[in-house]
Design a protein around this ligand. Structure first.
Ligand code: MG
Length: 156
């Protein structure tokens, strides 16, 4: 088994759509980023790449590259998944924690699990997404942005 951890944070930006875990969340500011700003997928990719000792998402998909401007992060996740398979690694389990004061994410968790597990060819009951606030503390608590932690186990 190999374990990987990923962390990412993005600040809110108006006039962008909020996309988290492959799901478009209505009635919220989006997140500033070179890509679509899907901070959930970025943390997940970093956890997967970390477990596989393949570096990080910035190394694979540089934000200096026009190719990746506003890109759907699910394309990046599927590419990471392909690289794991090529290295004879399979995902055993995924656990994701979204840290956000707003918006309310509970109604969107099931759709995120569906999108992410499908991109990873993983059974739904092997991938968990949860959300928490920080009770008003810190940058997430002040509503400046969203942070995400992801932990994965890979099997060789
Ligand atoms: Mg990011």
């Amino acid at each position: 088994m190999r374990i990987g951890h990923g962390y990412d944070a993005h600040r809110f930006a108006s006039e962008r759509q909020l996309v988290l875990g492959g799901v478009t969340i209505p009635d919220s500011d989006g997140l500033a980023a070179h890509s679509d700003g899907d901070v959930v997928i970025h943390a997940l990719c970093d956890a997967l790449l970390g477990a596989a000792a393949l570096g990080d998402i910035g190394k694979l998909f540089p934000d200096s590259s026009e190719e990746f401007r506003d890109i759907d992060s699910r394309i990046l996740l599927r590419e990471v998944s392909k690289r794991l398979s090529a290295g004879d690694l399979s995902v055993s389990s995924v656990d994701i924690s979204i840290v956000a004061q707003r918006p309310r994410l509970a109604p969107h968790i099931a759709a995120m699990v569906e999108a992410l597990s499908s991109d990873l060819n993983l059974a739904r009951d092997r991938l968990n997404v949860k959300a928490t606030t920080t009770e008003g503390m810190g940058f997430t608590g002040r509503g400046e942005g969203i942070a995400v932690h992801a932990v994965v186990l890979l099997k060789e």
